[in-house]
Design a protein around this ligand. Structure first.
Ligand SMILES: *Cc1c(COP(=O)(O)O)cnc(C)c1O
Length: 369
């Protein structure tokens, strides 16, 4: 049996009629930039994140960059974030002219540690940028307290966690700005790139929109220098159809995770820890395994794909050498990277496939496969 880490085609097939219809609708409308599909998607995502405003952009990385630019973050500013994330989190901080300051992660949740972040605050700190890694909300109350006490902005990288909630509040809408990606593999993924910024602040929303449209409100008149970063109506139409399934698909991910958690109890593979105040939506199901390479190899041979999130923490990336971090500086992150083994957790895994993954994993660990 072949089991991919995530099966995007299965998502399409479940909604094929509606998605084909939505794409045809756009092709026949003659509107290929902006328009009602984009406006409706923005309204619908604002509802899901419990925010007043949502401004769609070209991708999740631009969502982060434009959110920070809109908030006035730039040269001379420091932004505290986690080294245990996708590269775009730090890349966007640098692109907006600021300096990423890394703090180690919590041993259990693997999200940015509020205590470690607090220790990094300097007079230059402008914002804290936690990431809801793998779909699990970061400790937002602790970050909100920290941000209020020091007068900092709180920006959420919710690229992996759309639909998740912290103490009942949807992520993305808890900080001053929330950034979401519609990359195809994300919990809500399009058929290409896409992203969105959510906020309750009218001025910030307005600024993100202005920046993403060449700094222009009125055609051919430009107030500021921005860029061109928009979500296509074709993507918006697809995303609207898939959005109707987001919560159901997140529930299915949780069911797969619950079954895996139960089966892995008492084995040498540690299931992902789930904090009680957060609702984990398992964008990825990342276990910790001190023998990751050989277990991953054993599973690959049996047709089961696994993932490594992330093989190199951000503070040790070649591109970020100039920041001056050294190996050993963030031991929790470094161990999490060494032992990370992601198992297939898509909403389209049948019970039979889930059984196969667990059965073969236990065989491989016992040395029987
Ligand atoms: C995917 C992702 C991004 C970037 O999103 P793109 O749409 O690929 O630009 C940023 N941060 C995190 C944590 C992500 O997982």
């Amino acid at each position: 049996m072949k089991i991919p880490l995530i099966d995007l085609r299965a998502q399409y097939l479940e909604l094929k009629t509606e998605i084909d219809h939505a794409m045809n609708r756009v092709m026949n409308s003659g509107v290929y930039i902006g328009g009602p599909e984009v406006e409706n998607l923005e309204r619908e995502i604002a509802t899901t994140t419990g925010t007043k405003y949502a401004v769609s952009v070209g991708n999740g990385t631009d969502a982060l960059l434009l959110a920070m630019e809109a908030a006035g973050i730039g040269a001379g500013d420091e932004v505290i974030t986690t080294p245990f994330t996708f590269f775009a989190t730090a890349e966007s901080i640098i692109r907006c002219g600021a300096v990423p300051v890394f703090a180690d992660i919590d041993e259990k949740t693997h999200n940015l540690s509020p205590e470690a972040a607090a220790a990094c605050i300097t007079p230059r700190t402008k914002a804290i940028l936690p990431v809801h890694i793998f779909g699990q909300p970061a400790d937002m109350d602790a970050f909100r307290r920290l941000a209020s006490r020091h007068g900092l902005l709180l920006i959420e990288d919710a690229c992996q966690a759309l639909g998740a909630a912290y103490k009942g509040r949807p992520v993305g809408g808890i900080g001053d700005l929330g950034c979401i990606s519609f990359f195809p593999t994300k919990n809500l993924g399009g058929y290409g790139d896409g992203g969105i910024v959510v906020t309750n602040d009218e001025q910030l929303a307005d600024k993100v929109r202005l920046l993403s449209h060449h700094g222009s409100r009125k055609k051919y008149f430009h107030e500021i220098v921005g860029c061109n970063s928009r979500l296509d109506p074709l993507q918006a139409a697809v995303l609207r159809v898939k959005h109707s399934k987001l919560m159901e698909w997140n529930e299915r991910r949780k069911e797969v995770a619950a079954y895996y958690n139960h089966t892995l109890q008492g084995t040498s593979i540690h299931p992902p820890y789930k904090a009680s105040q957060g609702d984990h939506v398992y964008h990825l199901y990342v276990t910790q395994c001190n023998d990751r390479a050989s277990v991953a190899h054993g599973l690959e041979r049996l047709g089961i794909s696994t993932g490594h999130y992330y093989p190199c923490p951000l503070h040790l990336q070649q591109a970020l050498r100039g920041l001056g971090y050294r190996e050993g500086e963030f031991p929790v992150t470094e161990q999490a990277c060494r032992e990370s083994l992601a198992l297939p957790v898509s909403p389209h895994l049948t019970k039979h496939m889930q059984n196969y993954v667990m059965e073969k994993l236990l065989d491989v660990m016992r040395g029987e496969a």
